[in-house]
Design a binder for this molecule. Sequence first.
Ligand code: FAD
Length: 466
Amino acid sequence: MTRVAVIGGGLSGLSAARAVRECAAQKGVDAQVLLFEKEGYAGGKIRSARSGGFICEYGPNGFLDNKPSTMALVNKMGVTERLVKSNDDAKKRYVFTGGRMHRLPEDPMSFLSSEILSIRGKARLAADYFLPQGTDCDETVAQFVRRRLGDEALDKLIDPMSAGIYAGDPSVMSIKSCFPKVKAIEMQFGGLLRGMVAMQQMAKAKGQSGPQSAGPGGNLWSMEGGTGELCERLALECGDGLFLGVNVTSLERMGAQWKLSLSHGEPVLADAVIFAIPSYDAATLIRPHSEESARIMSNIPYVPMVVLGLGYEKATFGNPLDGFGFLIPTKERRKILGALWSSSIFKNRAPDGKVLLTVMTGGARNPEVTLLGDDELMALVRQELAATMGVRSEPVFAKIFRWQKAIPQYLLNHGDRVATVEALFAALPGLFLGGNAYYGIGINDCTARAEVLGPKVADYLCGAKG
Ligand SMILES: Cc1cc2nc3c(=O)[nH]c(=O)nc-3n(C[C@H](O)[C@H](O)[C@H](O)COP(=O)(O)OP(=O)(O)OC[C@H]3O[C@@H](n4cnc5c(N)ncnc54)[C@H](O)[C@@H]3O)c2cc1C
């Protein structure tokens, strides 16, 4: 029998453990998969709080179906009927700028009539069509967007989107690692608008309709019991291979195997080890074996965030909250990143007669906000919601979720540094790199990485056992 140890019980670790079990079985390898998670619960950043008829998310609200891996995972788990699709209204997204909400245009026609950009800003954005293709070098998101679409598009469209996905600062984020599809469109078609026109024509030729987007696109999905249900179900599938409340404290080479020392219990020997932990934790374990990997991993910064789940009486709101929610550009100098109208996105997130908002604070923009105590934070958020949404009532329900190190930031040339770490890992047989610090921070990226690691680890086990 071979043994695989997975370190970290967030979605990356849980989905990788499942993929290894599946691939090893397909290849006829007898593999025991053990998963170690230092906290007393599985799921990491993905956790749902169910209380008083509300379902609040500690972290992600859902995943998009524009990439296939998470949907495929749910289907393979046999729990497709537990999926919930976002309401159609959730396609309406807003940006709060110039003192009011602007609906984000979804197609070129609504873009022309939208007031989110000035006429000058729209003309500058349209100039993208005539601009030459850039080089293949990495740039910051801000450099790329300024070059192609202009300052106003950066400030009012891409800056809030960078905050919404990464809680990040576009002036330091890598375009190639944070928005790889966008950079790929420039490299393939010479420009973003030319790319969108070409993609539209190709889709038409295939008989598909609808506008092509360089942005995220797709429908948002979650589970009936909240996003946390996905990890709860994956954890159940681990059976007695799941060890909660067990910290992996060090890693030692023992012949062809790795010895894991644990905070509780005897050390464990494994043929293969998957890292599915944040890069700063991985750096500590890898340092004795690769100083350079540890240096790179520990230099990946993380931003702090506080997420607030706030319930209100429906009657509080003059308008129906008919959309996904809103994001705020940095230039507005507000203290929240934006808010999701969670009970408008998914059914059953709030009891009858109530609504649920999910407010995001902190990130690269306002890290100091995350240091406020609960009372001060609530007062600040109430002030911000009054200024943006005109909500002046007290919430009838409030939950605060704090993440000191919420989201890893992919800085300029991140991809080169990850390639270096992978090359160094290749010299350490049996160690495999997972987790959201390298190849994408989204739920889909974590499950896509598991799809890569499953066959890779199973092949390694076949080779190692001869
Ligand atoms: C506020 C917020 C909102 C988000 N929204 C979205 C969204 O809407 N859609 C989306 O696609 N993505 C979203 N994300 C991103 C997504 O949640 C994460 O990328 C994903 O959950 C990361 O999973 P992971 O397993 O890689 O890492 P984590 O969830 O961080 O799990 C790592 C685990 O490793 C454990 N660990 C660390 N060291 C050790 C050790 N030595 N031994 C044992 N265990 C250890 C930790 O306790 C942790 O449980 C959001 C993230 C945040 C923070």
